[in-house]
Design a protein around this ligand. Structure first.
Ligand code: ADP
Ligand code: MG
Length: 446
């Protein structure tokens, strides 16, 4: 049974590189592999409309992923739950309990891991209060602050805390972008009433709805109108709504007036730039999380170097950690300076994404344009993933979405690539370590 499941996981990992995050969420995540029928893998889709979409639109992607695995399995058949009895599912029975598709919150984004200072005290207190009494005190909770100051961290911390206190709670975290995609796909793609109904139901049965980055709602009236109704339905029955934005509500120009007045109806808290003390505490906390031994002076150096954005600060810490790791030396102030001089100061001229891609392509003996293209042969996927990883590590100032754009991919593809290489590296995979050392040298030298 675990064989089928692992195989399916592999397929999903490959598919994710190719299709949008929204399509993945809607069509693929819920599929459950149940049996092998000869050399055909049988998976169950909960809904006819979704099965149809997969058969019509995503079959090619499944086939390509299948081919890449080099397996003897020749095809994948999507069936509906009522056909399940036709197959021998004894291989997978053990895992037959229904899976609630609830979001898994990032385990490292907790209240414990969130450093509280003057800049975020009120926001974190309000968030904790909401996590302890959802729907009862601050509703909606609206958090705003510049990018990289911990909004997403706080939303995940609320999610983790809520589920810790009550694992049965239905909590959904989404972003304005994903909500829009989800809605657009449900009304457009399938042209099927059932999908629209499923969409509405999915949101209306929630206990807690979180929408991150609401500044990305576009002036697409239908989406906002749908959200308006969902908001009212949830709010009226005392369900908790939590929103984040990079700017205050009054500056959300693309938002419908009636929606923004709803958003403003509860409590609004802001997160400001953390002071030096707080930044030092954050760097030190992150270092512990990454298992780095970080001397005090290096923490202070980093906290002074980046004052406005914790994500960048964290990126610099990782750059230093990676550098120390590759040089097999402990983290010291001179080493940190060296690591960051070579990356940060030369960002524009020398360390552009182009350079990383060029060097990676050359190293693997492929053409840079192909690495940036759509084809997903093994020969191209490897250099692509190393290039993505190295860009996130060496040029942490570049947002994931920008990297994604550069590679003509979704930012989740970048995340997957980054995490994959990082995991291999953490497992001390010899090939990965060797390639990274070589590539770092090629990229950083001159
Ligand atoms: P935003 O959503 O506001 O852009 P994030 O929540 O993604 O920012 O935060 C960026 C990074 O900085 C995350 O890794 C987060 O854990 C970290 N971070 C931000 N503020 C803090 C803090 N006060 N304590 C610990 N980590 C923080
Ligand atoms: Mg965020």
């Amino acid at each position: 049974m675990s064989e089928i499941k692992n195989f399916w996981k592999d397929i999903l990992n490959r598919i994710q590189l190719d299709i949008s995050a929204a399509a993945y969420e809607i069509y693929f995540k819920e599929l459950v592999p149940i049996a092998l029928d000869g050399d055909i893998l049988v998976v169950v889709s909960p809904k006819a409309s979704k099965k149809k979409a997969i058969d019509n639109e995503y079959n090619g992607f499944l086939k390509a992923a299948l081919a890449e695995t080099g397996t003897l399995i020749k095809d994948i058949r999507v069936i509906l739950p009522d056909e399940q009895s036709k197959y021998d599912t004894s291989d997978t029975e053990e895992d037959a309990e229904p899976r609630m598709s609830s979001i898994v919150f990032n385990k490292s984004y907790t209240f414990d891991n969130f450093v509280v200072g003057e800049s975020n005290r009120i926001a974190s207190q309000a968030a904790l209060a909401v996590a302890e009494n959802p729907g009862q005190i601050y509703n909606p909770l609206f958090i705003y602050g510049h990018p990289g100051l911990g909004k997403t961290h706080i939303l995940h911390a609320i999610g983790n805390e809520l589920l810790l206190n009550n694992p049965n709670l239905k909590v959904l975290y989404t972003t304005a972008e994903n909500f829009t995609n989800d809605y657009t796909l449900s009304i457009g793609g399938a042209k099927n009433k059932e999908v629209v109904k499923a969409f509405k139901q999915k949101y209306r049965e929630l206990d807690v709805l979180m929408i991150d980055d609401v500044q990305f709602f576009e002036k697409t009236e239908k989406t906002q109108e749908e959200l308006f109704h969902i908001f009212n339905d949830l709010y009226d029955v005392g369900k908790q709504i939590i929103l984040s934005s990079d700017r205050p509500i009054r500056n959300l120009k693309l938002l419908d007036d009636r929606l923004s007045s709803r958003f403003a109806a509860g409590i609004t808290v802001d997160i400001a730039v953390p002071d030096l003390e707080t930044r030092i505490a954050i760097v030190e906390k992150k270092a512990i999380g990454f298992n780095y031994i970080l001397p005090k002076d290096v923490g202070v150096y980093l906290a002074n170097k980046e004052q406005n954005n914790v994500r960048i600060l964290e990126g610099m810490l990782k750059t230093v950690g990676l550098y120390a790791n590759l040089k097999q030396q402990p983290i010291t102030l001179p080493l940190a300076r060296e690591a960051l001089r070579e990356t940060q100061e030369n960002t524009e001229e020398h360390l552009s994404m182009k350079k990383v891609v060029d060097r990676c392509s050359k190293y693997f003996g492929v053409i840079a344009e192909d690495v940036l293209g759509k084809r997903r042969t093994k020969k191209l996927v490897e250099p692509r993933q190393f290039a993505m990883y190295l860009i996130t590590v060496l040029i942490p100032v570049i947002p994931l979405s920008t990297i994604g754009d550069y590679f003509n991919k979704d930012h989740t593809t970048v995340i997957n690539a980054r995490d994959k290489i990082a995991a291999l590296k953490n497992d001390n995979d010899p090939h990965t370590i060797l390639v990274l050392e070589d590539l770092m040298r090629h990229i950083l030298e001159q």
